[in-house]
Design a protein around this ligand. Structure first.
Ligand SMILES: [Zn+2]
Ligand SMILES: [Zn+2]
Length: 143
């Protein structure tokens, strides 16, 4: 099964459409405290790389959530549209806004050390702590 696909989707109200040219099929859940606040629970996302475009950008609001990342959402309906790593211009898009979500594979969970006790997913995934995630992205930028 190919690892990459083309993704198209939209927010809840349809004001913003997203298209990703080369995105991963592997979805992940982030359990970090910021995603918990932002999404109301863990946030399921898919790595869409840098080839992502949004239609009707005037409806996209951006929240500068940290030194390294920002989070976009629809001004009309509040749907979460992306988490973007600023330096790499790399987009992670919530899985649920794409059409045809059946093609995705729930592959890994990050910030597992920040996951609250009240839930856990039954899927067998690779799990990483926040420290492991930061170590991995530091290694990626060095190479
Ligand atoms: Zn919307
Ligand atoms: Zn997170």
């Amino acid at each position: 099964m190919p690892d990459l696909t083309i993704g198209k989707g939209s927010c809840l109200c349809g004001a913003v459409r997203v298209s990703a040219k080369t995105m991963s099929k592997k979805a992940h859940a982030c359990h970090c405290s910021m995603c918990q606040k932002w999404a109301g629970g863990s946030l399921m996302m898919v790595d869409c790389g840098i080839n992502v475009s949004f239609q009707n950008k005037e409806n996209v609001a951006v929240y500068n959530s940290s030194e390294w990342a920002e989070r976009g959402f629809c001004k009309q309906c509040g749907s979460h549209l992306f988490y973007r790593l600023k330096e790499q211009n790399r987009y992670f898009v919530p899985v649920g806004i794409f059409d045809g979500v059946e093609q995705f594979i729930f592959d890994h969970q990050i910030f597992i050390d920040e996951k609250p006790e009240y839930y856990s997913f039954a899927n067998e995934t690779q799990n990483m702590t926040g420290a492991e995630v930061f170590a991995m992205s530091a290694a990626a930028t060095e190479s």
